[in-house]
Design a protein around this ligand. Structure first.
Ligand SMILES: [Zn+2]
Length: 108
């Protein structure tokens, strides 16, 4: 029996969610799960620190991935070098087609 099968059997025999409460933020199990134990844990200073830590890292990851995507797009020439500046007004950079230019000349 491989380690994976063993883990499947163990998790089947001892489902953590039924017997114990696992805290993702603290990466730890609460040995006795009850509403009051959870409440005590979640109002604890260590847990709050871990949650803050987690949020901080998550936001940093989001910001970093945004920077990475922008940099990659820039390197591939998909976006102009100043991605955060406002785009020019529509049509300002594009000269009107000859037919329209003739029409404008006719009107003026
Ligand atoms: Zn916790």
């Amino acid at each position: 029996m491989g380690i994976y099968e063993q883990l499947v059997v163990i998790s089947f025999l001892y489902p953590p969610s039924l017997s114990r409460f696992y805290c993702d933020y603290c990466d730890t199990y609460l040995t006795h799960d009850s509403p009051s134990v959870r409440k005590t844990h979640c109002s604890g200073r260590k847990h709050k620190e871990n949650v803050e830590d987690y949020c901080q890292k998550w936001m940093e990851e989001q910001a970093q991935s945004l920077i990475d995507k922008t940099t990659a797009a820039f390197q591939q020439g998909k976006i102009p070098p100043t991605p955060f500046s406002a785009p020019p007004p529509a049509g300002a950079m594009i000269p009107p087609p000859p037919s329209l230019r003739k029409f404008i000349t006719f009107l003026s």
